[in-house]
Design a protein around this ligand. Structure first.
Ligand code: AMP
Length: 451
């Protein structure tokens, strides 16, 4: 149908359609300025720390085969049981359709990618990512359905020194961000054989107290009794507290591993405490597990969690290799920064261009481009409605002020005729005229005041 035929058939009195606003999906947030400046700042800090610790960036797809998470995280975890966004893709030519999920975490994806690209062929790899994750949890403070994690994974290293290194890395990052009052809790989950012994003792213990178990715990009694220790139910706290402790079932090797991690943390002046009930939400961990926790964020106080996962690579179909990693929640860390009133630099232009006449815009914009090439952050005035020209100087200066810029670059007809621009400080001070022919000098002048 052509445009004219649409016009011909259209009734001249047809009512204008009313469009209802579309909202974001529940639990999924937009990150808009000026808040996004805090995100960019955090990302810069992460990159800078990772660089110093020689961790390299890895980026994997948001969508993976559902089976990766079922195999990787364990079938009886909250995430796999009820929190994944999963769907069946359209069938391909053969009639087969993929079962796909938005990633609820990124360790499984990283392990898949490392295996697929045979990244461990020449030794261990230290990797990090910053990426969105998806879990269909009940949205509340610190808990969202799309949230973001920064994660670090060291794959192909078996020794306790790498457990310690990766914990020190998380600690360094929290320090770089300026966070205070975050405690480090440690535990060791031992090796599978040790866990089996403990598991048998745990089942026997909980069976002897069956009447005191809630529904969730009863369901988990035989499938995942370790998770009962993680219960949030206040009525079950005492029972969980007195349950057999995994630490008492660790053999000599596992204990030595754990002690070396502690010794390295001590030598680095990093305080820690053992939490025998720390088991983490996911099934794939062994030996060292840890969390960084704050009391400043209410119920969602875990900002970073991780541990060793020596059996996951094999479980996902790769050649067996040890690994250790962690992830921290970006939203929670940003919330804690706010809570602790840690200032993050605002994003403001260095200069704001005030332009008298639309006719001079081509010349002015060529100057601005050169200034930006010289490294100056410049914002140009632009009116919402250009029917009235660019607006009065007064209204433009109001905008210049609001932009947060230190300087106004005033392009009036007289200055331009002389090949100059007026540099006017917006926070007090003398204005000066500078030649447009010498961009480096102009750029240097604008930047000198901001040093
Ligand atoms: P996990 O993968 O469950 O160990 O989570 C690692 C970190 O990600 C947690 O310590 C939180 O900081 C963060 N996190 C986990 N789930 C959420 C969520 N639904 N919303 C916001 N942050 C989360």
């Amino acid at each position: 149908m052509t445009v004219s035929s649409i016009n011909e058939t259209e009734s001249p009195v047809a009512a204008k359609p009313v469009f209802k606003p579309v909202h974001a999906v529940r639990g999924m947030n937009d990150i808009v300025p000026p808040e996004s400046a805090r995100w960019e700042w955090l990302e810069e800090q992460v990159r800078s720390v990772m660089q110093r610790w020689a961790y390299r960036n890895i980026r994997t797809p948001v969508l993976e085969h559902t089976g990766l998470f079922v195999r990787g995280l364990g079938e009886v975890t909250d995430i796999v049981e009820k929190e994944m966004y999963s769907f069946t893709d359209r069938a391909d030519k053969t009639g087969d359709a993929d079962h796909l999920s938005l990633r609820p975490e990124n360790t499984a994806g990283v392990v898949r990618a490392v295996t697929e690209h045979n990244l461990l062929y020449d030794g261990g790899k230290r990797l990090y990512y910053m990426a969105p994750m998806f879990r269909r949890e009940r949205p509340q403070r610190g808990r969202y359905r799309q949230f973001h994690q920064v994660g670090a994974e060291a794959l192909g290293f078996a020794g306790p020194e790498v457990d310690a290194e990766i914990i020190l890395l998380a600690h360094a990052l929290l320090q770089q961000l300026g966070l205070r009052d975050v405690r480090l809790e440690l535990n060791s989950l031992g090796q599978p054989a040790e866990r089996l012994q403990h598991r048998a003792a745990l089942i026997a213990y909980f069976e002897a107290h069956k009447d005191e178990l809630d529904e969730d715990a009863r369901r988990r009694l035989h499938s995942n009794p370790l998770r009962i220790l993680d219960t949030k139910n206040p009525a079950m706290q005492a029972l969980a507290q007195q349950a057999p402790k995994l630490l008492d079932y660790l053999g000599e090797q596992s204990l030595k591993h754990f002690e070396q991690v502690q010794a390295i943390l001590d030598a680095n002046g990093v305080a820690w405490q053992i939490n025998p009930r720390l088991v983490r939400g996911l099934d794939y961990y062994n030996l060292t597990v840890f969390e960084f926790i704050t009391d400043a964020l209410g119920a969602q106080g875990t900002i970073c969690g991780g541990g060793r996962y020596d059996y996951l690579i094999e479980q996902i179909g790769g050649k067996p290799a040890p690994a250790v990693g962690w992830a921290f929640g970006v939203e929670r860390v940003l919330e804690l920064l706010k809570e602790q009133q840690i200032a993050v630099p605002a994003q403001v232009p260095q200069a704001y261009a005030v332009v008298a006449e639309p006719a001079s815009l081509p010349q002015v914009m060529a100057v601005l481009t050169q200034l930006r090439q010289a490294g100056v952050a410049v914002q140009m005035h632009a009116p919402a409605d250009s029917a009235q020209g660019l607006g009065s100087f007064k209204s433009q200066f109001k905008r210049a002020d609001a932009s947060g810029a230190a300087w106004a670059l005033v392009f009036g007809p007289d200055e331009l005729a002389r090949g100059e621009v007026t540099l006017k400080p917006l926070r007090g001070g003398e204005q000066t005229q500078l030649a447009l022919a010498d961009i480096p000098a102009l750029a240097a002048r604008i930047q000198s005041s901001l040093g």
